[in-house]
Design a protein around this ligand. Structure first.
Ligand SMILES: [Zn+2]
Length: 181
């Protein structure tokens, strides 16, 4: 520890007290968080999830990113700006566009595209398969669900599906055994 004379120590203390302490206050203050909005036109695939201070700021950012900020009023689509459930999407530290996981879109009730048939489905007609084997989570509609998919999201359903598969195999077995019937 460096030795300080009483005089030097005093002047340091005065200097410290006289400084505005702004950096320390800035660090201690909680960051301003921007709530998250979903912005788009009902029925269109133009929705964006945007963190912005206000509903109006979110709308402005959407127009900017769609290169419509200088467009005539007539060319601007009817926009729906909705607050997003903060329990699903946390408020953000910066104004920005946010990409959500399939799970978050599902929680917000969005339609999503099935990874296998590319059809758009509503949440009552799709499941989100968890991230696995280096793949991030993805959406599969009920028509495209395979037996092994259930193993990851609903073990009871998996057992049921397996049993149904076995049953249909035994039902087919006699036919296969008698090709000349
Ligand atoms: Zn599908």
């Amino acid at each position: 520890m460096p030795h300080l004379s009483r005089r030097a120590a005093l002047s340091l203390a005065v200097g410290a007290a006289a400084s505005p302490l702004l950096p320390a206050i800035a660090v201690a203050a909680p960051p301003t968080l921007f709530p998250v909005w979903t912005v788009g036109t009902p029925g269109e695939m133009n929705w964006r999830v945007i963190a912005a201070a206000t509903e109006d700021a979110a709308r402005k950012l959407w127009l900017e990113w769609e290169s419509l900020d200088d467009a005539d009023e007539d060319d601007i689509p009817e926009l729906d700006v909705r607050p997003t459930n903060p329990a699903v999407v946390e408020p953000q530290e910066y104004e920005s566009e946010i990409s959500l996981t399939c799970e978050q879109y599902e929680s917000l009730g969005w339609d999503q595209i099935c990874e296998r048939c590319q059809c758009e489905s509503d949440p009552s007609n799709y499941r989100v398969l968890p991230a696995m084997e280096g793949k991030s989570s993805f959406v599969v509609c009920h028509d495209c669900m395979r037996t092994e998919d259930w193993k990851h999201i609903d073990p009871d359903m998996y057992e049921e599906e397996l049993a149904a598969e076995r049953e249909s195999q035994t039902a087919q077995a006699p036919k296969q055994a008698q090709p000349n019937e």
